[in-house]
Design a protein around this ligand. Structure first.
Ligand SMILES: Nc1ncnc2c1ncn2[C@@H]1O[C@H](COP(=O)(O)OP(=O)(O)OP(=O)(O)O)[C@@H](O)[C@H]1O
Ligand SMILES: O=P(O)(O)OC[C@H]1O[C@H](OP(=O)(O)OP(=O)(O)O)[C@H](O)[C@@H]1O
Length: 343
């Protein structure tokens, strides 16, 4: 059993950084921390790890909870999915709407609260965890468009985004009433006709098991969806992993330092270094093919009329660029991995 008093004391003065404790974002987030030289040792089963070389404590949390901790300012920084931040934001707005309907806050207070947002600020896109939150229905079923699902049962883990999505769909479909504006979305007794069924996992099974007519769930390759006999009919949110910070982090300079280091790691992962030799007369043409991030580095070779060029190239474009460089007379083309970088 952890001693919470001593944990509390050891967190004193440290920047709190939330990291997904499991799931799709966990390993890529750990790789980023390693690349940014954030050194820590996580004790077995403990969800808090003190960083050895910086005044930071890592807090391992489910990706879905990270926007709440960061948004409320208990944690300074976090890695999570954009979808989770949007879900949190929709949840916070639904809560204010409910409070307004119960008379707890005025319409002006609701607008003011919404203006503040969920409290999470995006620092940067991390370039992994790409996926789409999609509305899905049985491949050979009767539902063809999202509007066909109005008034039906929808299974999802993203209840607030699903409520928001179907609330505006109902508004569109409904020519006579604007009930969703009069009642808090998703609130007991509210007027959302579509029933959002909250599921915490294996959402794809819901249609086959008769729990739902359609689902709202994440899709990347589409294999899970296909295997469950489902097809997408709309996209609610496109997502990827992001670094978020709270509105008033405890140590803004340290936040900036971490952001810079992570940016460097991402650039290093995205680019390779391409080196080649070419005749100076062809250099301008070669620079058009591979212009680099800023400009190629050119060094004179110990051979009349020849130069050596070193240039950063996006990893995904390297093969056709090598083909083209070779075609215009580049020789000894080498491609090297970049371990780290800084702008
Ligand atoms: N198939 C996927 N491909 C890429 N990214 C995904 C995929 N599924 C989920 N993600 C991203 O990872 C985040 C966490 O999803 P994940 O399913 O790993 O959650 P989890 O914390 O393991 O929770 P759960 O127990 O609900 O699975 C999602 O919010 C999304 O941003
Ligand atoms: O389009 P695909 O590449 O098949 O990926 C989609 C699946 O990935 C996620 O689940 P995950 O496998 O993380 O597990 P979970 O169902 O427990 O959340 C998501 O909820 C889908 O089920």
């Amino acid at each position: 059993m952890a001693n919470f008093d001593s944990i509390d004391a050891s967190l004193e003065g440290r920047l709190l950084f939330a990291v997904p404790k499991k799931g799709r974002l966990n390993q890529a987030a750990l790789n980023l921390l390693e690349g940014a030289d954030i050194q820590f040792r996580r004790e077995n089963r403990l969800d808090i790890a003190l960083v050895k070389n910086l005044p930071i404590a890592l807090i391992f949390l489910p990706a879905a909870d990270i926007p709440t901790f960061v948004g409320e300012g208990q944690v300074d920084l976090g890695i999570t999915g954009w979808d989770q931040v949007q879900e949190h934001d929709a949840g916070v707005r639904a809560l204010y709407k409910a409070r307004r309907f119960s008379g707890e806050i005025t319409p002006e207070e609701e607008v003011a609260q919404n203006g503040k947002g969920s409290g999470c600020e995006t620092v940067m896109d991390l370039g992994f965890g790409g996926c789409k939150l999609q509305v899905q229905v049985p491949q050979n079923g009767i539902y063809k468009s999202p509007k066909d699902l109005v008034g039906k049962n929808i299974g999802t883990s993203f209840v607030h985004l699903a409520q928001k999505y179907f609330a505006s769909l109902e508004l569109e479909v409904d020519t006579t009433a604007t009930q969703t504006d009069k009642a808090p979305v998703g609130f007991a007794g509210g007027k959302l006709r579509t029933k959002i069924v909250e599921l915490s996992g294996s959402v794809e099974a819901a249609c086959a098991l008769g729990v739902a007519d359609g689902i709202v769930d994440l899709v990347e390759s589409g294999e899970t969806m296909k295997a469950a006999g489902l097809k997408p009919i709309d996209t609610v949110v496109e997502s990827s992993a992001i670094l978020i910070k709270s509105r008033n982090p405890s140590n803004p300079e340290l936040v900036e330092l971490i952001a810079q280091r992570i940016r460097g790691v991402i650039t290093a992962q995205k680019y390779v270094l391409c080196q080649y030799n070419i005749q100076r007369s062809t250099l301008a043409e070669a620079s058009k093919i591979a212009p680099g991030k800023r400009a190629p580095t050119v060094t004179t070779l110990d051979e009349e009329g020849w130069v050596a060029v070193s240039v950063m190239v996006e990893k995904k474009r390297i093969a056709p660029i090598m083909d083209e460089l070779s075609k215009i007379g580049a020789h000894d083309i080498l491609v090297l991995d970049i371990k780290n970088s800084r702008d």
